[in-house]
Write a protein that binds this ligand. Structure first.
Ligand code: KIV
Length: 319
């Protein structure tokens, strides 16, 4: 088993911030945690608090670890803006990912490679400001951490300081263990992303399942090295369910899957895939829970027709 900074299952309840907790909470006369718990109604989201079994006011990395120990699961979705962050947070989604998939889901690029730190930071800020309970993880985009551990620490600091993220995610296997160690030592919680890593699409020869057959051990080794280096979680993309199960069994830290079967502690999907906003062919691992593309298209068509026919605005929309 890989070691990690283990959450203490007897960890006491979180205290109010000792040195001030921001204008929103002060305005309401509440400590931040109490203000958050009144803002969000997590509904049927799993209760992750060890002692009380109540939904916690703010999801921290140790709650995800505790979920694995308790045999509970958690959900992660991408979010890139204010309203999706608010909606998913209030729906009880435990982790929001400001993914570099913003590149091909927000900025109109073909792949995740072109998106920059300066493009992602404002999206990250919007998500973090809008989510009261979820843990917000930001992707370090391609080219912003590979050069050296120092570069990774510097970029990670920008995401926590300017993007207000709670943690960052980097792609890559055990080669990045020392990078993860340096980031964690600098106080940056790191989620590791192994298996198919979209930033390496060209190096990997396209979208291909990783860790099949004999290659499974490589992913186990990657996960163990990254968890030993201090990663608080290991995300696996497009790996066989059996490989993901072996990885999950080999590390103490929680695992998250996307196209990685059902043995991981958490699951993640890109929200536009999950909610049916994106058109075109979907990956096998996507389940669509809504058809927002049709709803939005129908709404736009109805609005256009009303405008052209003079039906909108009516007297009720006029001053
Ligand atoms: O950027 C992203 O959306 C991701 C997920 C695919 C895990 O990294």
């Amino acid at each position: 088993m890989a070691t990690s900074t283990s959450p203490d299952s007897s960890m006491p309840a979180e205290l109010a911030a000792p040195y001030g907790d921001g204008p929103a909470a002060s305005a309401a006369g509440l400590p931040a945690a109490a203000a958050a718990s009144t803002a969000a109604a997590p509904g049927s989201a799993p209760g992750l608090d060890t002692g009380t079994r109540k939904p916690v006011a703010k999801i921290r990395t140790h709650h995800l670890h505790q979920a694995k120990l308790n045999g509970e699961r958690f959900a992660m979705l991408t979010a890139y803006d204010q309203y999706t962050a608010e909606i998913f947070d209030q729906a009880g989604i435990e982790v929001l990912l400001v993914g570099d998939s913003a590149s091909n889901n927000v900025f109109g690029n073909e792949t995740s490679l072109p998106v920059t730190v300066d493009e992602l930071l404002p999206l990250c800020r919007a998500v973090t400001r809008s989510a009261k309970r979820a843990l917000v993880v930001a992707d370090l985009p391609f080219g912003s951490y590979e050069v050296s551990a120092q570069q990774a620490v510097a970029t990670g600091v920008r995401f926590l300081k300017e993007g207000l993220a709670h943690a960052v995610k980097i792609e890559g296997g055990k080669f990045y263990a020392e990078t993860v160690r340096a980031m964690v030592q600098a106080g940056i919680p790191v989620m590791a992303h192994i298996g198919f890593t979209p930033q390496s699409e060209h190096a990997l020869g396209g979208y291909r399942v990783q860790g099949r057959g004999d290659d499974a051990q490589r992913l186990v080794d990657d996960a163990v090295a990254l968890a030993d280096a201090g990663a608080f979680c290991v995300l696996m993309e497009m790996v066989p369910a059996s490989t993901a199960a072996a990885v999950d069994a080999a590390v103490e830290v929680p695992t998250i899957g996307i196209g990685a079967g059902n043995a991981t502690t958490g699951q993640v999907l890109v929200w536009q895939d999950m909610a049916g906003l994106r058109g075109g062919r979907m990956a096998k691992f996507v389940k669509q829970y809504a058809d927002l593309r049709t709803s939005l298209s129908d709404a736009a068509k109805a609005y256009g027709e009303d405008v052209r026919s003079g039906q909108f605005p009516g007297p009720e929309h006029s001053f």
